[in-house]
Design a protein. Structure first.
Length: 488
């Protein structure tokens, strides 16, 4: 499909005025294309030779709309740091419409498009820094097999935008199967728009829980909560296994279909520290790395409360009680794969926990250790692994490796096959914040080559890419724990 043939539909906007407001974007006067994502183009069925089409600059900045587009600002509310905020909604983004491709429906969302009725005191804009970070984050998590929103393109401008300082304005077209958040349900529940809430339940069920068609609203709401609970458990498990800290897990940043959503002060772990807080505004550590599964469950409770108009408390409680075993199972499955284990044994949880304690006390780089473990063949001394861990933990590491060797022996697996399978799940390249900052600084000077290079590495993070070794290097001390704000 050519770019000028893309035609959008509007299932969500057609639900009615209770769900948002039609708003025209406020385009940049002098937009320029920064990058277009070929993988997402393919996802949407857009021809690969359209990647350099000059129309991207206008489409990605709101200066031109896709055929049939009816930009729509979605209304929602949510709990922010545990406190309900009724004054939320798409304050700087517009749902452009939906595109069907290969049996799936994708929503296009223009972020940074200007003021809407839900902007409050904001300017409705996004800056180059935060836009690049979101663009790369979607590719990083998707490359690791963790569900995420993604972005089709980034467009820059010479328009000044004030955050902590004056920065350049930018926009991206975000792509997801749904942009509905937990907060959409909270808004309709707390404003007592129960007919609209029933509509929303039916709409999401029709798309993602289709076997509920024709059932009562109570049965649909229950099935939806079970679906979202399972997907959210898998999501949280993926974050914990891959060392990703979201930073702002408010209910308005939680996707109803379990995508990682709304990137702000996120970070991948460098040194393994379960208490790591990536958001410098999170003074209590509510969203610390180790707290994420519990916070996701807290958010699911808020969603369940919004569905209590249709479902009994007993049924809601039963739905939510599935979260802990689901997240534990999904996490254990991922960690066994990272350790090269195919069978399940009772002692695997303790084996994993003991290793994580060594990594924490040994200030080991999380991703680099597991990548090194993929190359481990039982050698002594285990030079590659010892190099990842502080000297004080070398003895503990040696003791752990003895247990690990015995566990591998019981697998009776081929070491070459295990090597390949572990390299396929333990990334060489992750989105470290100092790398993102390097890309942002280059882009600020008009050099987009580092951005494209890092995007491509994150899309295939398990490959060696020997010509790009520097992108997999251990971060300098100054590159760790970079302070991040909600405007990041």
């Amino acid at each position: 499909m050519k770019l000028n043939e893309v035609t959008l539909s509007h299932h969500y906007a057609n639900l009615g005025d209770a769900f948002g407001t039609l708003v025209d974007p406020t385009p940049f006067k002098h937009p320029h294309l920064i990058d277009t994502n070929p993988e997402v183009m393919q996802l949407l069925g857009i021809d690969s030779d359209e990647v350099t089409n000059p129309a991207w600059a206008k489409l990605g900045s709101g200066a031109k709309l896709f055929q049939g587009s009816r930009p729509f600002a979605m209304k929602y509310t949510g709990h922010q740091f545990g406190v309900y905020n009724p004054d939320l909604g798409d304050g700087r983004a517009l749902l452009l419409g939906e595109i069907d491709s290969a049996g799936r429906r994708w929503e296009l969302h223009l972020k940074g498009a200007g003021k809407t009725p839900y902007s409050r005191f904001g300017d409705g804009r996004a800056v180059l820094r935060s836009t690049i970070r979101e663009y790369l984050a979607g590719e990083a998590l998707n490359g690791l097999g963790i569900r995420s929103t993604r972005a089709l393109c980034i467009v820059g401008s010479d328009e000044p935008v004030t955050r902590e300082q004056i920065e350049s304005g930018a926009m991206l077209i975000r792509v997801a199967e749904s942009h509905v958040r937990f907060g959409h349900f909270e808004y309709l529940f707390y404003t007592k728009q129960l007919q609209a809430l029933q509509q929303l339940v039916a709409e999401i069920c029709q798309r993602f829980v289709p076997d509920t068609q024709g059932r009562s609203v109570g049965e649909q709401a229950e099935a939806l909560l079970r679906f979202t609970t399972r997907r959210s458990a898998e999501l949280a498990a993926g974050w914990q296994a891959e060392g990703f800290a979201h930073g702002v897990l408010n209910t308005d940043n939680m996707s109803i279909i379990g995508d990682t959503f709304d990137y702000g002060p996120y970070a991948f772990l460098d040194d393994y520290d379960p208490t790591f807080i990536c958001n410098h505004s999170d003074h209590t550590g509510r969203y610390a790395f180790e707290q994420q599964p519990g916070v996701v469950l807290w958010n699911l409770n808020a969603l369940a409360h919004a569905l209590s108009a249709f479902v009994s408390v007993e049924v809601l409680r039963d739905c939510l009680e599935q979260f802990q075993p689901q997240v534990s199972h999904a996490y254990a499955t991922r960690m066994r794969a990272k350790l090269g284990l195919t069978a399940e044994e009772d002692g695997d949880q303790a084996l994993c926990a003991d290793l994580l304690q060594i990594l924490q006390l040994g200030e080991a780089d999380y991703a680099r250790f597991f990548r090194a473990l993929a190359h481990y063949r039982g050698e002594r001394p285990a030079t590659g692994l010892r190099a990842c861990v502080a000297d004080a933990q070398h003895s503990a590491l040696e003791q752990w490796l003895k247990h690990y060797d015995r566990r591998l022996a019981r697998e009776n697996s081929d070491s070459c096959i295990r090597d390949r399978t572990m390299l396929a799940v333990n990334p060489k390249y992750i989105l470290r914040n100092y790398l993102a900052q390097k890309v942002i600084e280059a882009a600020g000077q008009g050099d987009y080559y580092p951005l494209r290079t890092l995007r491509q590495l994150l899309q295939s993070p398990f490959e060696e890419h020997p010509e790009h070794e520097a992108w997999a290097a251990e971060p300098p001390e100054t590159g760790k724990r970079i302070p991040l704000s909600c405007s990041s």
